[in-house]
Design a protein. Structure first.
Length: 396
């Protein structure tokens, strides 16, 4: 009998389930996710069924247990893959949270661009849609790489193009490249997950049929490392003696690192905001299907509602009250932000992470302060526009 399992000797593997509620063991070392140690937890529970029997005493009768469930929290760094266009190693969590995923290929533009419009070879524009976030590799020619959401895709013959929200400082160079990337957005039919948590590297804990019920992009604050934390609920659990089936292979071993939130701009529409921090919350409301034939009680779950909220605290301006007027008039606007690492120079942006909410509203605004400097403390909400476009997350 051995004791003394070490907390950080553990590892976490995440796999999408081929069949909901059927455990999927790790398939490769790349299934390991480099999660944050603080805040990582899994809590198996059984519903307690009280028995209020009269037995000639006030002592309680032994209760029974009913339905099983598993809840867990998986905190991660908000970072891109090691190589341009790679999906992050936590891609399964993002897909289970949002449902939609697009892998965009690198494209080389044509000529005669403007500060916001890039012309493409006919057919190449079809991989893009409004809301995708792209990086224009201007540094390969001359200038600084540019990151922006797409606000229009034009497939008109002879003028196939994409139009960006945030303008570049000058017209884009001819034949500039648009980076490969992985994009996530809301779409019904999110997969369920099997999460295998190795406690001390010796005990295998299985979380089965897991879905994210909430997530938060946090610590997107000046000079900090941004984090994305997922809270999940599932159908079943198990625990047994066992070691990992594969040696974990983490993206960090290939050079992937989280960005430091510096030179990280946030925009309201195409206007840059001056702020100290931002957070985004995601909520999936789950409905569970139960059956008397199931030994755990629950047989599957469905996402019945999806909501996104955010908080920002831009410094209050002395010459306008635009944000208050957006609140007062219930006027829509967009929020876009990104952060990144750097290549050979600060002109070359690498491992970009970005978010875009095209249709935002402000239901609550108060006056706050940062070290005595007044701010507009905003609790906002994001909504669909055309559909499947409440929020986009990009890893470039």
């Amino acid at each position: 009998m051995g004791y003394g399992l070490v907390k950080d000797d553990g590892s976490v593997f995440i796999e999408k389930e081929a069949t909901e509620g059927v455990y999927q063991a790790e398939q490769a070392g790349a299934s390991a996710a480099e999660v944050l140690s603080d805040g990582l937890e899994f809590v198996p529970t059984k519903e307690l069924l009280e028995r209020n029997n009269r037995t000639s005493t006030v002592e309680t009768v032994v209760s029974r247990v009913g339905q099983k469930s598993m809840a867990g929290t998986v905190p991660t760094e908000f970072k891109a893959g090691a190589n341009e266009g790679d999906e992050p190693e936590t891609a399964a969590l993002y897909e289970a949270l949002l449902g939609g995923k697009d892998a965009l290929l690198e494209r080389t533009s044509l000529t005669s661009h403007t500060t916001t419009k890039l012309f493409l070879t006919g057919g190449e524009e079809l991989q893009y849609k409004k809301g995708h976030i792209v990086k224009v590799k201007q540094s390969e020619i001359a200038g600084v790489d540019h990151v922006s959401p797409i606000v229009e895709v034009d497939s008109t013959f002879g003028i196939e193009s994409i139009t960006l929200l945030v303008p570049y400082g000058s017209a884009f160079s001819d034949n500039v490249k648009i980076s490969a990337s992985t994009q996530f957005y809301h779409k019904s039919g999110q997969p369920t997950l099997s999460v295998t948590n190795y406690l001390g590297g010796e005990i295998r804990e299985k979380a089965i049929g897991m879905r994210p019920v909430s997530a938060e992009l946090a610590n997107f604050a000046t000079g900090q490392l941004p984090e994305m934390s997922f809270s999940l609920e599932g159908l079943d659990f198990a625990r047994e003696v066992g070691t990992p089936l594969f040696d974990p292979a983490y993206d960090s071993q290939e050079g992937a690192e989280p960005p430091v939130v510096l030179c990280s701009k946030v925009y309201k529409d195409a206007t840059e905001l001056t702020l100290n921090s931002l957070s985004i919350s995601f909520t999936n409301t789950l409905g569970f299907l139960t059956s008397t034939a199931s030994c755990s009680g629950k047989i599957s779950s469905r996402v019945t509602k999806f909501q996104v909220g955010f908080t920002i605290n831009p410094y209050m301006e002395n010459d306008d009250v635009d944000l208050f007027e957006l609140f007062e008039d219930n006027t829509g606007f967009s929020i876009f932000g990104s952060s990144n690492n750097y290549g050979a120079s600060e002109d070359e942006k690498e491992q970009v992470v970005a978010f875009y909410m095209p249709n935002c509203r402000i239901p609550e605004i108060t006056t706050g302060d940062e070290d005595g400097i007044l701010t507009d403390a905003i609790n906002g909400t994001a909504h669909r526009d055309a559909g499947n476009d409440t929020i986009f997350l990009a890893f470039i």
